[in-house]
Design a protein around this ligand. Structure first.
Ligand code: PLP
Length: 374
């Protein structure tokens, strides 16, 4: 056969042409790229970012650190300084350890790569964070999404049945959940942890806005890991996430982590910001207060159903959501349109809690859009 290939290669017209379609895996070709909307000049309430700026003194400190940073050197692969900061602010139970990711998205991918034996299952709920399903496809895992019950609560029986049937290697539960905003029942999650033959990862991306955490329970369950990100707390641009859990798990995952996944600048700036964790938590507190006001304002509108939230965003349902979304955009306010995605989210929109001023602009634009479209 080799001689045939050689001859064909000398005859360009006969040469087998390589294309993405015939070279790439079918799972990848079938994916839709994660879409980020253009936002310049808009009131940006689409991505759960912290809207507040840092105090000038902190910005000056950061400027000095960046000026002095050894960006000609590779970063500390162990990110010791940053890990110490995280350990302190997380109140990590003794004996537990931390693995750092370039955002928590990267940690989801590390976990999936580690367990992706042929036929291995990644299980989550629906609707939830879309990256669980996407990353399952990236690594060739089977994905199972168990529908949430009324009011987006966990359907515990359906979960336990699915876990017994599918024997998942990896279960992801966002706590609070994105895009619904509610936190699931903690006792139900504990039953899921006990029933799952593989790892259960509680994704606490919104911990700063929530009432409860699984970090203190890490030592109680040997198949529990807790994942967090600093993105929603005001560091989305730094790309810093971490996984907390028993060293036995993290040591293995460390082998898969690319050695310099967290750069010099995110390490030093992240560590500095954690020294000022109180400032960020105070900002989160403002966001929680604004959330209450925003919830009341949306609830006051005609024909709108609002879902309770323990995160820094609010999900609501409105007639002709896509028209409303477009109307908001025309008025300079960008939120997230979830209509047309998961059936349980038909006519749903998600708005990030912004500053008082941004929220007022959003409410005014929403009122006007609804009035015009009636
Ligand atoms: C935003 C989000 C993440 C990802 O955060 P990054 O650290 O920015 O990658 C993970 N999980 C949930 C539930 C999120 O909403």
């Amino acid at each position: 056969m080799n001689w045939l290939v050689s001859i064909l290669n000398f005859m360009p017209s006969l040469r087998y042409t390589v294309t993405p379609e015939n070279l790439f895996r079918q799972e990848i070709l079938a994916l839709h790229a994660y879409h980020v909307q253009p936002a310049s000049g808009m009131v940006k309430l689409d991505a759960m970012e912290n809207p507040y700026h840092l105090p000038q003194e902190v910005r000056d400190e950061i400027a000095q650190l960046v000026a002095d940073a050894a960006i000609n050197r590779y970063p500390d692969p162990g990110a010791h300084q940053l890990k110490i900061g995280i350990g302190k602010m997380t109140n990590l139970p003794t004996g537990m350890d931390i693995l750092l990711g370039n955002g928590s998205d990267e940690i989801i991918q590390l976990l999936a790569m580690a367990v992706a034996k042929p036929g291995a299952v990644l299980l989550s709920v629906e609707p939830s964070f879309v990256m669980y399903k996407m990353i399952a496809a990236f690594v060739g895992m089977k994905y199972v999404g168990v529908p949430l019950a009324e009011g987006f609560s966990l359907d515990l029986q359906a979960m336990l049945d699915a876990i017994k049937r599918e024997q998942p290697a990896l279960v992801f539960l966002a706590y609070p959940n994105n895009p619904t905003g509610n936190a699931f029942d903690a006792d139900a999650i504990k039953q899921i942890i006990l029933t799952t033959p593989g790892l259960v990862v509680v994704d606490e991306a919104y911990y700063a806005f929530a009432r409860d955490s699984f970090v203190p329970l890490l030592a109680d369950y040997d198949n529990l890991l807790v994942m967090r990100t600093f993105s929603k707390l005001g560091m989305a641009g730094l790309r810093l996430g971490f996984l907390a859990g028993a060293p036995a798990w993290l040591e293995q995952l460390e082998k898969l982590r690319l050695p310099y996944n967290v750069g010099v600048l995110p390490q030093i700036v992240g560590a500095k910001l954690l020294e000022h964790h109180d400032i960020l938590l105070a900002q989160a507190e403002c966001i929680k207060q604004e959330r209450v006001k925003l919830f009341a304002a949306i609830s006051g509108l005609m024909e709108v159903k609002v879902f309770p939230s323990e995160a820094n965003f609010i999900l609501f349902r409105v007639a002709r959501a896509t028209m409303v979304f477009e109307g908001l955009k025309q008025r300079g306010v960008l939120i997230k349109n979830l209509n047309g995605g998961h059936p349980a989210l038909s006519d749903c929109l998600r708005v990030t809690v912004g500053t008082a001023e941004e929220n007022q602009k959003f409410i005014a634009a929403l009122q006007e859009t609804i009035r015009v479209s009636l």
